[in-house]
Design a protein around this ligand. Structure first.
Ligand code: ADP
Length: 415
């Protein structure tokens, strides 16, 4: 089956075309046929396209809305120019898998999209007003272009964390707010945490039930998950992705009383403060320079910029504190797994995070850690380290394609 994986944001679409089916999944031989990224949907869009065995193409095109963007992707993927083997017309795309950010408490697994499911995703808009509307537009655009006969599947960022126990997902605020409005921790990046947990057990040749790890997804957004017996039992993002670790532009945990204090001092509305915590805080807020970890590293090393160093230090310190608290919550773990742009590519940040965890048996292997960048997958701690550390590049698109195949073919989901 050729599965088109769509990740639709407010003005962006990421896509991949993946050839897979139930037998291919068992053999781990899924094939990536094409991928791409459309930015600035709604105006003069910038488009990056990659087809197997061809040079990357970059172009601009006026794309008025999500439907125009999805239409562009399909026309390109099926064109002779793209030259994707086995994809000559729209009939060669057999299913679509959508990344959907918020599935609330209703969606604990990936599902085939029906009218009722779509209404369920719409019901979650309140919980994710910035994200779910874009995902819905992507689903509607694909339905319009392919017709209702083409199976579409929704894969939720929150689903993997639906195994959290009450004590981990409830906030200590009056209980009626949970009952009335479902205010609770949902957690995000679930597909990424789930993927690296799956790869970890493959690398170690162990079962899901034997998987006791802490996963750290460190990208522009950052989150940690405590995975015990294969299930997510705690995670750092909350009702929204704002809580938890320090991120590129998000503050992560703060004292909620700061909101009122700043509102008075700066004459800001709650909405403005929320925007400040989401868009102008984290690495960019502390450094005053950039939300990009690579650039911060350059500033710290080449210009010895004090606030760049401080931002990196606070980022690493917060991550280390979460590792400590999850070790306590889980009663110990076998490994820490790093993923995401920073987790996969920065030996220095990994080392700063792990520094200070020697007392509890974590010893990074300097050489392995330094070498593990750019898609490298494997152990980065010493053989004798009691708590192991791994780097595992994430691949959310692959899980979305596989969930799509399983949903379409009525096979059980694997989590
Ligand atoms: P997203 O969450 O948007 O998918 P990524 O997972 O691609 O983002 O992560 C982006 C982050 O990864 C940026 O902060 C970027 O600077 C960082 N990053 C990428 N490569 C490196 C590197 N070699 N060293 C440090 N940080 C890196």
């Amino acid at each position: 089956m050729n599965v088109l994986v769509l990740n639709c944001g407010s003005s962006t679409v990421k896509f991949q075309l993946i050839a897979t089916d139930l037998g291919i999944i068992e053999r781990n031989e899924d094939k990536r046929l094409a991928s791409g990224y459309v930015e600035r949907v709604g105006g003069e869009a910038i488009i990056t396209l990659n087809a197997e065995g061809r040079d990357e193409q970059r172009l601009t095109e006026s794309l008025r809305d999500m439907r125009a963007a999805v239409d562009f992707i399909i026309r390109w993927a099926t064109s002779e120019g793209a030259g994707i083997s086995g994809v000559k017309s729209i009939a060669d795309i057999h299913a679509i898998g959508h990344r959907v950010v918020h599935g609330g408490e209703r969606f604990t697994h990936s599902v085939l999209i029906t009218d009722e499911v779509l209404r369920g995703i719409e019901d979650c808009v309140e919980l994710a007003p910035l994200h779910n509307p874009a995902n819905i537009k992507g689903i509607q655009a694909a339905r319009h272009l392919f017709g209702p006969g083409l199976p579409q599947v929704a894969v939720f960022d929150t689903a993997f964390h639906q195994t959290l126990p009450e004590k981990a997902y409830l906030y200590a605020i009056p209980y009626q707010f949970y009952r009335r409005y479902k205010v609770r921790r949902y957690g995000f990046h679930g597909t990424s945490h789930r993927y690296v947990a799956y790869r970890y057990r493959q690398l170690r040749n162990i079962t899901r039930e034997q998987t006791n790890i802490i996963t750290l997804h460190l990208g522009n957004g950052c989150s940690a998950a405590a995975i015990r017996g294969g299930d997510s039992i705690d995670t750092s993002m909350g009702m929204t992705p704002l809580e938890g670790l320090v991120m590129g532009t998000r503050s992560g945990d703060i004292d909620p009383a700061i909101i009122d204090y700043l509102a008075i001092k700066e004459g800001l509305t709650i909405h403005q403060i929320e925007s400040l915590l989401n868009k102008q805080s984290g690495l960019i807020g502390i450094s005053g320079l950039t939300n990009d970890m690579r650039e911060l590293m350059e500033e710290a090393h080449e210009n010895n910029d004090r606030r760049a160093r401080l931002a990196i230090e606070i980022f690493s310190y917060r991550a280390r504190k979460y590792i400590g608290s999850y070790l306590a919550a889980m009663g110990g773990a076998d490994a820490i797994v790093f993923t995401g742009g920073i987790g996969e590519n920065s030996p220095e940040v990994r080392s700063l995070i792990c520094d200070g965890l020697q007392w509890m048996g974590l010893e990074l292997d300097g050489e392995r850690n330094a070498k593990c960048t750019n898609g490298c997958e494997g152990l980065i701690s010493t053989e004798s380290s009691r708590l192991a550390a791994y780097t595992i590049p994430t691949d959310e698109e692959l899980l979305i394609a596989r969930d799509t195949v399983r949903s379409v073919q009525g096979a059980p989901q694997r989590y």
